[in-house]
Design a protein around this ligand. Structure first.
Ligand code: ATR
Length: 282
């Protein structure tokens, strides 16, 4: 009998791979009482996000993921936030406690770090360059600095947004060099790790890349794109041309999901199985 429900709140939600990934994980671990459902919450004519979030508690849900466009706007409806979620300013996972409290977590940043670990990449004492200054950028920046990254640059089309992200990070990491700049004008920054968090390269933007064609990579660099569809964006193809290590965002998707799974169920997530089921979708 299903008695442990979780889901994903967002809009649109029909293309989300999270239901497939989590339900496969429940099946793999024989967690038969668990199920994961899409929870579409329309943005217009007016959003009922508050009702949806409070509905988790009313309906006895154990929790939910939160995705675009609600990762930030969900915060006022939660009872408490973890340190990460508070500092990042975004929530991708809600846990409902036995007492009915709604706790906001953010597993995106640690999901990114765990994926790097799986590729035997450490961040302590490394330099990093992040392209973009949205929610994914903030989560990754916070995680990199928490794990000892020594120099971080954030470049964004709208430079003022990158400036704001950097100012907030400096409150927590005042001993690290953190800089902001304008995307495309300052893409020459040399860094051990270069991470694209913009949507350039995604689906209909696939022919574009957030990087100047004329700027090379080196074979010691790690180039990461949070995009996983297409599997190899033009940005990653460019990195491969110079023999840099190119990694797409599928692993981050799996690892952030695995951390949410563990928060809700208390069981270690079957990461390989989750990855395998997603690979069948591409
Ligand atoms: P997410 O939560 O996935 O990070 P987001 O908060 O909407 O998504 O952020 C999207 C990022 O992609 C932003 O940094 C955005 O730049 P702006 O702040 O200037 O809007 C960036 N982005 C999206 N489309 C872009 C484009 N065509 N060129 C450059 N940057 C783009």
């Amino acid at each position: 009998m299903i008695k442990n429900m979780v889901g994903i709140i967002g809009w649109p939600i029909s293309h989300s791979l999270s239901p497939i990934m989590h339900n496969h994980a429940f099946l793999k671990l024989s967690l038969d009482s668990w199920t994961y459902v899409p929870l579409p919450v329309a943005t217009s004519p007016e959003t009922r996000l508050k009702e949806a979030v409070f509905g988790l508690r009313a309906l006895g849900f154990k929790g939910a993921n939160v995705t675009v466009p609600y990762k930030e706007s969900v915060i006022p409806y939660l009872d408490s936030l973890t340190k990460e979620a508070k500092n990042i300013g975004a929530v991708n996972t809600i846990a409902v406690t036995d007492e009915g409290k709604l706790v906001g977590h953010n597993t995106d940043g640690d999901g990114f770090i765990n994926d790097l670990s799986e590729h035997q990449i450490t961040v302590a004492d490394k330099s990093a360059l992040i392209l973009g200054a949205g929610g994914a950028s903030r989560a990754i920046a916070y995680a990199l600095l928490s794990h000892g990254c020594r120099h971080l640059t954030i470049l964004n089309r709208t430079k003022t947004k990158a400036d704001d992200v950097v100012l907030k990070l400096q409150e927590n990491f005042n001993k690290v060099m953190i800089e902001s700049g304008q995307l495309h004008k300052e893409s020459l920054v040399n860094a051990d790790l270069v991470i694209n968090t913009t949507s350039i390269g995604l689906n209909e933007n696939a022919p574009d890349m957030p990087w100047d064609e004329g700027v090379a990579f080196s074979k010691n660099q790690v180039v990461y794109d949070v995009i996983y569809n297409p599997k190899l964006t033009r940005f990653l193809q460019h990195a491969q041309k110079y023999k840099a290590k190119a990694i797409n965002g599928l692993g981050m998707l799996v690892h952030q999901g695995a951390l949410s799974f563990e928060i809700w169920t208390g069981h270690k997530a079957p990461i390989e199985s989750m990855k395998q089921i997603l690979r069948t979708r591409f």
